[in-house]
Design a protein around this ligand. Structure first.
Ligand code: GLN
Length: 496
């Protein structure tokens, strides 16, 4: 079997055993990228030489006897929202085009310490605002299952790269669903860790009380291995949790869910959900029951107002965070010809440098925070946020995890929702409550919808710092479905 078909865990052990070099593994993936990138367009920046040099350094470290952990030498695609000192970092925005950060994000630094090899920076919706990667200022990314469909978003470059076998692993950030939703619609595993469980330092900020880095992989164990590599306390992030990382690799290796209590969220389903999504989801719930879990229905009535609360809180934080793009400190500067004031240059630069969705969010957020409206909008949304957290807490008194479909529909056609922001926002209906509460949640593939043959994701939600439960249940579902299907959902690299 070719190198690109191996799991990250397998590649790591082959490299550790000296059966193959990290440089050879990187080369195999760079070749696959060269072959399929013209169709997928998952990457914004690729530099073959920079990648191969990283791999050669890891090979030398291993030869020198350094102990580097299970993913040493394994290649990874890195979302272009994480600062990287050796590659540009743009957040898919014209306002940062060509910017090279002077430092690495903590996640980037931890990938390097563990010997992972960065294949390039992946495409996203500008500043991670979107659900389809069509809001990238550079180009859309295509879903490997059907090139006319979106790969989800905002981390759609990362999901597409893994689903197209360009990389065994990738990174994402999840503010309202941007890891779980793209994972679901490309048939891979995506995990949003507990908020504060992974560091935001060096991640270009969207909504700081929600932004959470997390892993993508084609199987649950690989996702767990990557989760452990970059998670854990970081003094550089003021909201980082100072507690041990939940033992997610242990959990992924022990998919025993007998006796576990699983809650089905009553509010997720019904109108607006695709029949094929609900069919696969209901089968997944039956499967959990057949594996010995105790399934009960749980009601969380405020989840139905999570979306409007999110679309006040996230834009409010973004309007404040994006104020730093002032034409003085980073990237683009427009109209600075000696005749204009700083304010004029700032206004011209922001008008030229931000795309329409980013501007919409800044305006929404500025309005929601303005005096006279603050209590009615932002203040009210924060109260809803508290109620949602309490409903989760009450639910977790009764059950160990909650489940739902990850998304109401499978991957939608490129162009279908670009003129209808509400339709786009609805893609995150089921993922947003978890972000508002700061809890953990995973999406794991649970089959293909009958109508279109496209992947469906099962969302598994768990309390703060109980990330390991997502991995345990995710691995149980994966194991059972693989024995039914005779292999993983994505058996081999799609021919494109
Ligand atoms: N789609 C949501 C939004 O546009 C979530 C994005 C994210 O998680 N980064 O805000």
């Amino acid at each position: 079997m070719s190198l690109i078909h191996k799991t990250a865990a397998e590649l790591g052990s082959m490299i550790a055993a000296g059966e193959v070099s990290s440089a050879e593994v990187a080369e195999a993936h760079l070749d696959r990228m060269a072959e399929v990138e013209p169709k997928i367009r998952a990457f914004l920046h690729v530099d073959r030489e920079v990648t191969l040099e990283q791999a050669r350094v890891v090979d030398a470290r291993l030869r020198a006897g350094e102990k580097l952990g299970p993913l040493a030498g394994v290649p990874i695609a890195h979302k272009d929202i994480f600062s990287t000192r050796d590659m540009p970092t743009t957040a898919a925005s014209k306002i940062l085009e060509g910017w090279r950060p002077p430092y690495d994000a903590t996640v980037t630094a931890r990938l390097r310490e563990a010997g992972l090899v960065i294949l390039g920076k992946t495409n996203l919706d500008e500043f991670a605002m979107g659900s389809s990667t069509e809001n990238s200022a550079f180009h859309p990314t295509h879903n490997p299952w059907d090139l006319t469909k979106v790969p989800g978003g905002s981390s759609g470059g990362s999901s597409a790269a893994v689903a197209a076998y360009e990389a065994p692993l990738s990174t994402g950030t999840d503010t309202g669903g941007s890891i779980r939703q793209p994972a679901a619609v490309t048939g891979i595993v995506g995990m949003k860790p507990t908020y504060g469980g992974s560091s935001r330092y060096g991640v270009i900020a969207f909504a700081s009380s929600l932004d959470t880095p997390g892993p993508f992989a084609r199987n649950v164990l690989d996702a767990a291995l990557l989760h452990e590599v970059f998670s854990g306390h970081d003094p550089m992030d003021s909201t980082s949790i100072d507690a041990p990382v939940p033992s997610v690799v242990e959990a992924a290796k022990h998919p025993d869910i007998a006796g576990m209590r699983i809650g089905v969220v009553k509010e997720f389903g019904g109108e607006g959900y695709q029949a094929g999504v609900l069919a696969r989801y209901n089968e997944a719930v039956q499967l959990l029951e057949s594996l010995g879990a105790k399934v009960v229905e749980v009601s969380c009535p405020s989840f139905t107002v999570a979306l409007p609360a999110y679309y006040l809180i996230a834009p409010s934080e973004c309007s404040s965070n994006l104020a730093r793009f002032d034409a003085m400190r980073y990237g683009l500067r427009v109209g600075d010809d000696g005749t204009r004031s700083a304010e004029e240059v700032m206004a011209l630069t922001r008008a030229a440098g931000f795309g329409p969705e980013v501007k919409r969010r800044i305006m929404l957020g500025t309005y929601a925070l303005s005096s006279g409206y603050y209590d009615a909008y932002y203040g009210q949304a924060q109260k809803v946020r508290t109620v949602i957290s309490r409903e989760f807490e009450a639910a977790y008194q009764q059950v160990d995890v909650l489940v739902s479909p990850t998304t109401p529909t499978t991957a939608f056609p490129i162009g279908e929702r670009t003129d209808d922001p509400m339709a786009m926002y609805l893609a995150d209906l089921c993922t947003i409550p978890t972000n508002l509460a700061g809890n953990a949640a995973m999406s794991v593939p649970c089959g293909l919808a009958d109508e279109d043959g496209l992947p469906v994701g099962l969302q598994i939600m768990a309390p703060v710092l109980a990330d390991d439960r997502c991995y345990r249940v995710g691995a149980a579902v994966e194991k059972a479905l693989e024995s039914r299907w005779g292999g993983p959902l994505l058996k081999e690299a799609p021919s494109l």
